[in-house]
Design a protein around this ligand. Sequence first.
Ligand SMILES: NC(=O)c1ccc[n+]([C@@H]2O[C@H](COP(=O)([O-])OP(=O)(O)OC[C@H]3O[C@@H](n4cnc5c(N)ncnc54)[C@H](OP(=O)(O)O)[C@@H]3O)[C@@H](O)[C@H]2O)c1
Length: 286
Amino acid sequence: MIVVTGATGTVGSKVVVGLRERGEAVRALVRAGSPGPAEWDDAVERVAADFSDPASLDAALAGADAVYLLVAVHPEMAAHERNVIDAAVRTGRRPRIVLHAAAGVEQRPEGVRFVGAHVSGLDHLRASGLPWTVVAPNGFHQNVLGMAAGVRAGTLAAPGGEGAVSYVDARDVAAAAVEVLATEGHEGAVYTLTGPEALSHDALAERLAAVAGRPVAYTALAPEAALAGMLDAGWDQWRAEGMVELYGLYAAGYAAAVSPDVEKLTGRPARSFAEFAAEHAAAFAG
Ligand SMILES: NC(=O)c1ccc[n+]([C@@H]2O[C@H](COP(=O)([O-])OP(=O)(O)OC[C@H]3O[C@@H](n4cnc5c(N)ncnc54)[C@H](OP(=O)(O)O)[C@@H]3O)[C@@H](O)[C@H]2O)c1
């Protein structure tokens, strides 16, 4: 039986569906009172648990053969990863852990809190003695949906400088994760999941303009201006600072590598940003 954490989110919800399509027995970790997405079939076992509550994690992981360990972006996300790993150790069954981390986790960049949390989780996992695999995605295409209002007004504004990013579609991340969970032979592997090409934010704006049917220009924000904008928009300080750190990594060119791992795992080419933008043309055109 495969336990999926973060199961109601962007990637996890699709991992659950993909595993059920392969006939796997799936237990999905949900918050108390959540029925889970409508796209799940009745055979998905729902279990209420919280990353900050070890007893609930013990119940959620009992009997697990494998765990998809995906935690949300949160100030305690490193502790949340450790809590799930510790609960997996306590099962006494040595379940295989597939850690959903972030591209760059192996390079251990300094001062990028989201990636740093996964570095700490991976260190804890290695020390646990459990069998492990890492899926390490780059930024998701889907993040751009959160900027759709700006795009409709003609601007893609971000503190990404001139750096190119090989953004990946969250559906491809889920499909790759399903392959890793449902098949053997992945122990100790770190799969870097990217899209098929690295695009500057100017190039992203061009592709958005093409589907919106009107001009869209990239505005490279200074980090301070980006932070102020996110705080004005109601983001909490920790998360907003983390986004600025991440964009700093993008601006410095560290997210530009293109990996063959999506295609290697899924047997299909990774979706391009242009395909994603076309599917969501209505959101970007208004
Ligand atoms: N976005 C990117 O570009 C990107 C790129 C690379 C890596 N990542 C990594 O991907 C992960 C986020 O994936 P995602 O976008 O699929 O996540 P998401 O859509 O934000 O979903 C987060 C999931 O975690 C659950 N959750 C939150 N707090 C919880 C708690 N305290 N206890 C139990 N469950 C809890 C949420 O449940 P509810 O639905 O009930 O809130 C939801 O199922 C992060 O680890 C991030 O570092 C993201």
